[in-house]
Write a protein that binds this ligand. Structure first.
Ligand SMILES: CC(C)(COP(=O)(O)OP(=O)(O)OC[C@H]1O[C@@H](n2cnc3c(N)ncnc32)[C@H](O)[C@@H]1OP(=O)(O)O)[C@@H](O)C(=O)NCCC(=O)NCCS
Length: 152
C-alpha cells in the first residue's frame, strides 16, 4: 500500500460507491486527507484496488473505512490491507485500534475477527438502513509489540 493523495480520491470514490451500501462522499475522503488521517491505497499496475482510512488519536486509532473493489474481493486483499494498516498503527506506537461495523456486515465482521479484533460492545440503532436502523458492533484490537494481532 502507499499513502492516498487527493489525486486518488476519484478512483477511491468509484470503488466506495460500488461496494458500500452507505458510501462516504468525496468530501469525507478529502476531509480525512486534510485532517492528516492515515489514508492508504493498494495500487497495482496503475489500478487502485482498495483503500483504508485510520484516524489516530493519541496512542489509539479508529479504523474509519476499508474497501476492496468488487472484482478483487475474496482474494485476501482486504486481510493483507488490514494487516498493513495495523502495522502502520504499531509503527506509530498506537496501543489500541477500534472500529464500528454494521451488525449485518458478515464479511467485514469475519475479516476483523480473523485479524485479531474482538467485539467489545453494541451501539443500538446506530446506523440507518432500509428497515430504519441497525446496530453497530464496536470492535477493538490490542497492538502487542511483536505480538499476535493481525496474525491471520
Ligand atoms: C470487507 C472487505 C474489505 C473484505 O475484503 P476482501 O479482500 O474481500 O477480504 P479477504 O479476501 O481478505 O477475506 C478475508 C476474510 O474476510 C471474510 N470475508 C470476506 N468476504 C466475505 C464474504 N463475502 N462473506 C463472508 N466472509 C467474507 C472471510 O472470513 C475471509 O477469510 P477467508 O477468505 O479465509 O474465508 C470487502 O468485502 C469490502 O470491500 N466490502 C465492502 C466495504 C465494507 O463493508 N467495508 C467494511 C466496513 S467500512
Amino acid at each position: 500500500m502507499r499513502a492516498m493523495t487527493l489525486a486518488d480520491v476519484a478512483a477511491v470514490l468509484e470503488i466506495e460507491l460500488a461496494v458500500q451500501a452507505y458510501p462516504w462522499t468525496r468530501g469525507n475522503f478529502n476531509d480525512a486527507l486534510d485532517h492528516g488521517y492515515v489514508c492508504s491505497v493498494d495500487e497495482q499496475g496503475g489500478e487502485i484496488r482498495g483503500y483504508a482510512v485510520l484516524m489516530p488519536v493519541l496512542d489509539e486509532a479508529e479504523l474509519l473505512n476499508i474497501g476492496v473493489a468488487a472484482k478483487h474481493q475474496r482474494k485476501g486483499l482486504g486481510r493483507a490491507m488490514l494487516r498493513e494498516v495495523l502495522d502502520i498503527a504499531r509503527g506509530m506506537n498506537m496501543r489500541l485500534v477500534f472500529l464500528e461495523v454494521r451488525a449485518s456486515n458478515a464479511a467485514a465482521l469475519a475479516l476483523y475477527r480473523s485479524a485479531g479484533f474482538a467485539g467489545i460492545g453494541l451501539r443500538r440503532a446506530y446506523y440507518q438502513n432500509a428497515n430504519g436502523s441497525e446496530d453497530a458492533v464496536t470492535m477493538m484490537c490490542e497492538l502487542l509489540r511483536g505480538g499476535t494481532d493481525g496474525q491471520a
